[in-house]
Design a binder for this molecule. Structure first.
Ligand SMILES: Nc1ncnc2c1ncn2[C@@H]1O[C@H](COP(=O)(O)OP(=O)(O)OP(=O)(O)O)[C@@H](O)[C@H]1O
Ligand SMILES: [Mg+2]
Length: 665
């Protein structure tokens, strides 16, 4: 049956019911005049039309009702959010399609089930509290929690409103549930991203256009401490001005900032349109340190070239003076007053020679492992403290001050490879400087530890400390702030530490003291048995040699003459030539038992003479006397094909001993 058939059927049923009700006495038709009948018929027609119109209206309303039903269905069932009607106890009375698909269940299987059954156990409390707050407030309340579709959890935003009955009891809850898993996932992602600057090991800050610190990550704490600022405070000058300039120019600007003990490169990047500046910092302490070291090594290298030349000349001059004086002293035996004057002159010559030797120590930075033994640095520190103690103790007693030594942090460490004499020199210099820095007394602390295959030694004092300027010049030769200082101590220390493949670092604050850190590579090698250093035997045998023939070759005539005189007096048959060319001619003509030869001579050098001698059928012995810095250490005699090497200036007696030993063999 279609819609029209239904309508017809309904109309005929209505007519039957109406005819039943139409009783003859309802309208007494027989009593009516014709005019009245006409009027009645007209009325009835009007009624009929009215009824038809009403029926029409009814049909329209019905159609509207059906349309709004459809709309309701669309709104409720097909809504993208899950609608749940719950009873006062939270059991599901009604649920729309989105709700069923959200929970992955058929509608009928959800009815009369508690909604809490679909909420994750961990979030049950959130739901429980939500219902309480909805009941108490009487308003719509939201909460976020995790629900389950089967075993799979998903995040929802759940909003409910409570409906109360006449007694004020909750009869129903209307609950809307929206799946927010995607939003939560994005939020989590954002949160991880937001952590990025926090995890950055370098400083990151955001500064408002007024200069206020809006954000600073954890790694910025150094900078904030240095600036004495916190979040929401204004940046100090000159950084404030840089922020303004960066914003004004619209371009990034990079500066270096010292943040003791660290150095940062800070880039001020304006964020266009936003009115703030981001500061990105990079810790460049290590790079700066390496640059400094490189600069120092270069400086020393350049000085090395210079000092080698100077030292050669200087040693020659000193050797001449010293040789002459030694001869004069021999000639004036018994004249004590005069001898005393000579001794004073000789002491000055020795001081001069010592300075030249020191220059060699700092300019030579190449590792020289031939002289290395295995060393227990703790032992070395203890010995050096004992060695220097008498000196500073006397000083302290005289001045009425006290020095205390703290060795508590000397942990057991691996051994290192090195030259014990040189390492002792390092420690002595550092200790002397520390003592000098504490004119009113104080504490000198030593600590040792091991880290990353290195042995680390810290030597700290509580003295006057150093300003930045002094710290950056401290390793420069001849840099001193002391009236009596040579300024060579720390440059020697630097050279020695470098030669040991190590590093030295300084940290100091004016008025607070200084800490020097020595870093040496550790070794697992066992201790060496200490080599006995051969002290020159001062008791020279006076046994006169048979007439051995000696050729002296030196372009320093005064020194050659002095040597000639000295060795002749000792009974040798001596010839002196002041140039290499003449010496070669002599060697062709005459036989010699020993050639005493200078190295650095114009035209024909000592090397040339050595080569010539080594090709001779009957080779004389060769002794090298040189003004080159530490030639004895740098070129061992064997490599030079010489029998001995002696540095200028020298003790005549020592040279005599060498010659006697050699010629007696
Ligand atoms: N522990 C320290 N405390 C403060 N300043 C120091 C310290 N060590 C070194 N210095 C500074 O470094 C400078 C250079 O030191 P260095 O040892 O090279 O020479 P010096 O001590 O002045 O002279 P010398 O070593 O010949 O006595 C010193 O003059 C001093 O200003
Ligand atoms: Mg010093």
């Amino acid at each position: 049956m279609n819609k029209n058939d239904t309508k017809k059927k309904n109309a005929s049923e209505l007519r039957e019911k109406a005819e039943e009700k139409l009783k003859p006495e309802t309208i007494p038709l027989g009593n009516l005049s014709e005019a009245e009948v006409r009027k009645l018929a007209h009325e009835l027609q009007i009624y009929k039309i009215e009824l038809e119109m009403q029926a029409e209206e009814l049909h329209k309303s019905q159609a509207q009702l059906e349309a709004s039903m459809q709309k309701y269905y669309n709104l409720y069932d097909l809504a993208p959010a899950g609608y749940f009607t719950l009873n006062g106890k939270g059991f599901i009375l009604e649920v729309n399609l989105a709700g069923t698909s959200m929970l992955g269940a058929e509608r009928h299987s959800l009815i009369n089930k508690p909604l809490s059954k679909f909420i994750m156990k961990e979030d049950a409390d959130i739901y429980h509290l939500h219902r309480i707050s909805v009941a108490e407030s009487g308003n719509r309340e939201p909460c976020e929690l995790r629900m389950l579709k089967g075993d799979l959890p998903f995040y929802v935003l759940l909003e409910s409103i409570a409906v109360k009955d006449a007694d004020g009891n909750i009869s129903q809850y209307f609950t809307i549930i929206v799946n927010i898993s995607y939003r939560v996932m994005l939020e989590n992602k954002l949160m991880h991203l937001a952590k990025f600057p926090e995890e950055n090991p370098n400083p990151m800050l955001r500064i408002s256009k007024e200069g206020k610190i809006l954000y600073a990550n954890r790694a910025s704490s150094h900078l904030l401490n240095l600036w004495d600022r916190r979040i929401n405070q204004i940046l100090p000058q000159p950084w404030l001005k840089i922020v303004a300039d960066a914003l004004h120019n619209g371009t990034s600007m990079t500066f270096e900032g010292e943040c003791c003990p660290r150095v940062y490169s800070l880039t001020f990047a304006p964020v266009a349109g936003e009115g703030y500046v981001n500061i990105y910092g990079i810790d460049i302490t290590q790079r700066k340190r390496m640059e400094q070291e490189l600069l120092q090594a270069k400086k020393l290298q350049a000085m090395g070239v210079m000092t080698t030349g100077i030292a050669h000349e200087f040693n020659n001059i000193l050797a001449v003076i010293d040789g002459k004086i030694q001869m004069l002293m021999r000639e004036n035996k018994g004249r004590e007053k005069l001898l005393e004057e000579f001794r004073l002159i000789r002491n000055s010559v020795k001081d001069g020679a010592e300075i030249v030797r020191s220059m060699n120590k700092f300019t030579k930075v190449k590792e020289d492992r031939d002289w290395f033994v295995t060393i227990d640095i703790q032992e070395e520190i203890k010995n050096t403290i004992d060695l220097t103690r008498p000196e500073w103790k006397i000083h302290a007693e005289k001045e009425g001050i006290t020095y205390s030594i703290n060795q508590e942090d000397m942990k057991h460490v691996s051994r290192i490879k090195g030259n014990p004499l040189e390492l002792r020199e390092v420690l002595i210099n550092l200790i002397n400087n520390a003592i000098d820095a504490m004119p009113d007394g104080g504490t000198l602390s030593f600590s040792t530890r091991e880290e990353g295959g290195n042995v680390i030694v810290n030597i700290s004092d509580t003295g006057i400390g150093m300003d930045e300027d002094t710290q950056s010049n401290i390793f420069d030769p001849f840099f001193t702030t002391k009236d009596q200082g040579t300024g060579l101590g720390m440059s020697i220390v630097f050279g020695i530490v470098k030669r040991h493949g190590g590093k030295i670092e300084v940290q100091s604050q004016k008025g607070k003291g200084s800490t020097f850190t020595l870093i040496f590579p550790a070794t697992k090698e066992p201790m060496d048995i200490p080599k006995k250093t051969r002290e020159p035997d001062r008791t020279v045998s006076k046994k006169k040699s048979t007439k051995d023939r000696i050729l002296i070759v030196d372009n320093e005539a005064p020194l050659g003459n002095a040597l000639h005189k000295f060795l002749s007096e000792e009974g040798y048959n001596v010839t002196f030539i002041d140039n290499g060319v003449g010496a070669l001619e002599h060697l062709k003509k005459e036989e010699f038992d020993l050639v005493l030869c200078d190295l650095g001579m114009p035209e024909v050098s000592g090397w040339d003479i050595m080569n010539a001698v080594n090709t001779m059928a009957r080779k004389p012995m060769i002794g090298i006397i040189t003004g080159f810095l530490s030639a004895a250490n740098s070129f061992p005699a064997k490599e030079m094909k010489a029998d001995f090497v002696i540095n200028k200036p020298f003790e005549l007696e020592e040279m005599l001993k060498q010659i006697q030993d050699l010629l007696e063999e």
